[in-house]
Write a protein that binds this ligand. Sequence first.
Ligand code: PBG
Length: 345
Amino acid sequence: MNRHSPAPTPPAPPRSVDEITASRRLRRMRKADWSRRLVRENHLTVDDLIWPIFLTEGENRREEIPAMPGVFRLSVDLAIREAERAAGLGIPALATFPNVDMALRNRTGAEILNPDNLINRGTRAIKAAVPEIGVITDAALDPFTDHGHDGILRDGVIVNDETVATVAGGAVLQAAAGADIIAPSDMMDGRIGAIRDALDAAGFQDVAIMSYATKFASAFYGPYREAIGTKGLLKGDKKTYYLDHANTDEAMREIEQDLDEGADMIMVKPGLPYLDIIRRARDEFAVPTFAYQVSGEYAMIEAASANGWIDGEAAMLESLMAFKRAGCDGILTYFAPRVAEILKG
Ligand code: PBG
């Protein structure tokens, strides 16, 4: 038997790299800066940036936020200076978030219905001083409630429809103050349609809606809650209204619904842990798509950078390019002025 078995075939000689790659060597175009630039698929420009800023009462106040080094709560007079700086850098828009006086917060967030609340005073002052910059206002109750939730709390439940009516009223006042884009961030059902109707009825057909369409219940909002003073207030979590972070199909249903109700632009929030949602949204809906690189994402990069564990500037730019690659038209980022300075060269 052994005599009849074929001689063992000798091992094939190792293939050359040319044989393995069939001469397709992808390193060729990476060999120099000029060739890398030539084939670069995505670009980050100042036009991609929306700068979220925090407002606070008083004058000439610039308060540090410990978990967000380099980010400050600004009194309106100083916010105007920053708006001028942003416009000078070519940043298209600001998004404002108010740190409301605790005495003005209550169970229903009624202060959102004050035409002269902090957010509206901020908008009026910024639009008067720097009319060329876009102002995006946050339409949600959490800065105004004494429990830190985005909705009216009754018997332990966030009541949807009453919240929607209040937020829609607040949105009209934000538009009246000069907001260019209303950004509802509370994930209540039906809020986009209600806000659109309310804006139109009040004559604000040209005020756009950027929906926080897919806002996930997330641990990455921690530093923000410190910034607007909801950290110590919030009891429980927001899982009955924000999306479960395990879900993708449900996120697409939220986007579809918000577009049907009249959203002009959609946002994915947080950003970097949700690039799959951004890509899928872009592919399925092809509408103006934004991401919010939230406070916790900012804090992580800053903290690692401060420890010398990463190159903070490189990580910042790489993280922002990731959003472009995933299909974003723009990014809300606390890095906006720093990036704009770098891009300006
Ligand atoms: C709530 C709101 C949140 C953020 C902005 N508006 C989340 C929250 O407090 O639950 C987060 C922004 C950030 O973390 O940078 N309407």
